[in-house]
Design a protein around this ligand. Structure first.
Ligand code: GDG
Length: 489
């Protein structure tokens, strides 16, 4: 059966019954900001929001998240709630306020200096700071208190997202045994060797094991998690049922590969609005027709392999100078986590590298890399995918990666090639991509040439295959399967 927005809508009542649906995540799906004397809203950059917003529009319920916008407080009601999407509300957003110390310790500190590098194993050393950990616990408790307040004495299903809230399942269950809780990890789960260095590992595992269902993108992450539990806890690990029983409570571990709203992106890419946005983008950045455009779209993060991508572009023009003046690389890079030194340094390194590569290869009328830094709307992003004859997704490690799936969805005309790192969760599904090891410049440079020279028929064949995978494994299937599994439990 093909899952669609409508089929999820039709079945959601049957699946969740009379329970309230609550999503808990660090990032909010809509951020209100002051701009030129007015209050506007933006959709923040990030995979979890891209994936879950369409699901919540269908399932309704309440999304609990940290209110990070400078105008957020001005639009909420007494309960700190606001209907979203702001133009046409479909569900409620309940905002939690954090002070500077909390944001610093919980978000920049423990979440992103400890857990993020720990789970990605990208050769950036995790830093476990006791003060950060203390704030991490405080903020997880804040989320728990808010959710318990939203639920009151009703029945509810709480769907916890990601590595910022690893203790939440346990905190909720301790106070309300009747809650059904599930936790989905958007990032990889590392192997036992990597995880064992974490000083807070037992508390984190206890937090996760209190849930009823644990979801990861791929089976490999599930297996890593089960191995970790086997090694670290006195728990019964059942590999047949893929469940863990700890302290008399059984939690099921399952893989749910996350995805995108295929139909919505595919249709939007064909729309007149997108055609206008394409023209605007081309004018704004002087993108000449006739160039072969390769695009990348990432948060500036050391896991995304952006440095590796730019180095491969450099090598490509060294090896194949005949392509100078004919190929343009557009990299859209959104600033991210700039209060963490590694991110600030990466951003500076990237600036320097792009400048150097551009200087080295440019001609009077052409430079190889166009680095776009401004925040783009969804419409502009789809326009960028439309313009791109190929897309390069090259993380050194990524839980799933949605950019490659969005690109595929936007290529209804089949006119696009995908270069994809083997170290993304998506690589397990996307047969038809040109796979690369981003650590190998030579391999990467050759893959770029291959993408450019792919014969038309071959390109279309590959894209057709890719589209059929993403069409079937879309975001509604991800959500539907997840919720059905929870119901079954
Ligand atoms: C985590 C995991 C997993 C980018 N620039 C703008 C913008 N984006 C959107 C893209 C895409 C999303 O951000 C990025 O998604 P990813 O999947 O690449 O990455 P993470 O943020 O690292 O997400 C990842 C994901 O969670 C979901 O589970 O796939 O492995 O790391 O949707 O289009 N969106 C807007 N403006 C931009 O400038 N509006």
């Amino acid at each position: 059966m093909l899952w669609t927005k409508q089929s999820l809508k039709d079945r959601i009542q049957d699946i969740i019954g009379d329970r309230m649906l609550i999503i808990a995540s660090n990032r909010e799906p809509y951020v209100h900001i002051h701009k030129e004397g007015k209050i506007e809203y933006i959709q923040p950059v990030g995979g979890a929001v891209t994936a879950l917003d369409p699901v919540m529009k269908v399932c309704k319920g309440t999304w609990v998240a940290y209110g990070s916008g400078n105008a957020d407080k001005e639009v909420v009601d007494k309960k700190n709630e606001v209907g979203v999407p702001p133009d046409n509300p479909k569900y409620k957003l309940r905002r939690i306020w954090l002070n500077k110390d909390e944001e610093n310790g919980y978000y920049y500190g423990y979440s992103n200096k400890a857990m993020w590098p720990l789970c990605h194993m990208a050769y950036t050393r995790p830093a476990f700071d006791e003060v950060d950990w203390a704030y991490y616990k405080i903020v997880n408790k804040k989320f728990a208190d808010t959710i318990l307040n939203v639920v009151g004495n009703k029945k509810a299903f709480v769907w916890i997202q990601d590595y910022h809230l690893l203790l939440l399942g346990k905190l909720l269950k301790e106070k309300n045994k009747n809650l059904l809780t599930a936790h989905f990890l958007h990032i990889p789960w590392p192997n036992t060797e990597a995880f064992r260095i974490c000083p807070q590992k037992r508390e984190i595992l206890k937090g996760l094991l209190a849930n009823d269902l644990l979801g990861f993108h791929i089976r490999y992450h599930c297996a890593n998690f089960m191995e970790t539990v086997k090694l670290e806890m006195e728990a019964r690990v059942d590999t047949e049922k893929t469940s863990v029983t700890y302290g008399g409570h059984e939690v099921f571990i399952r893989a749910f590969p996350i995805s995108v709203d295929f139909e919505e992106i595919s249709d939007a890419a064909q729309s007149k609005d997108t055609a206008k946005a394409v023209k605007k983008l081309k004018d704004e950045f002087s993108i000449n027709d006739g160039l072969f455009v390769m695009a990348g779209l990432d948060r500036i993060d050391y896991t995304k392999g952006i440095i590796e991508k730019v180095r491969a572009v450099d090598r490509f023009f060294e090896k194949f100078p005949e392509y100078k003046g004919k190929v343009l690389f557009i990299q859209k890079g959104g600033l991210s986590r700039m209060h963490i030194p590694e991110y600030k340094n990466l951003n500076e390194e990237l600036n320097g590298l792009v400048e150097e590569v551009n200087w080295k290869h440019s001609t009077e009328k052409w430079a190889p890399i166009l680095f776009i830094r401004k925040h783009m709307t969804r419409k502009e992003i789809i326009a960028l995918y439309k313009i791109a004859d190929a897309c390069i997704v090259s993380p050194v490690h990524d839980g799933m990666n949605l950019v490659c799936k969005e690109y595929i969805a936007a290529k209804k005309d089949l006119n696009g090639a995908l270069i994809l790192s083997r170290f993304t969760g998506a690589a397990r599904e996307l047969d038809g991509a040109i796979f690369v090891n981003p650590y190998s410049r030579e391999d990467f440079a050759r893959a770029i040439k291959k993408a450019i020279e792919l014969p038309r028929a071959e390109k279309q064949k590959r894209m057709r295959r890719l589209r059929s995978v993403v069409k079937e494994n879309n975001i509604y299937k991800w959500a539907g399967k997840f919720l059905e599994e929870l119901k079954r439990i």
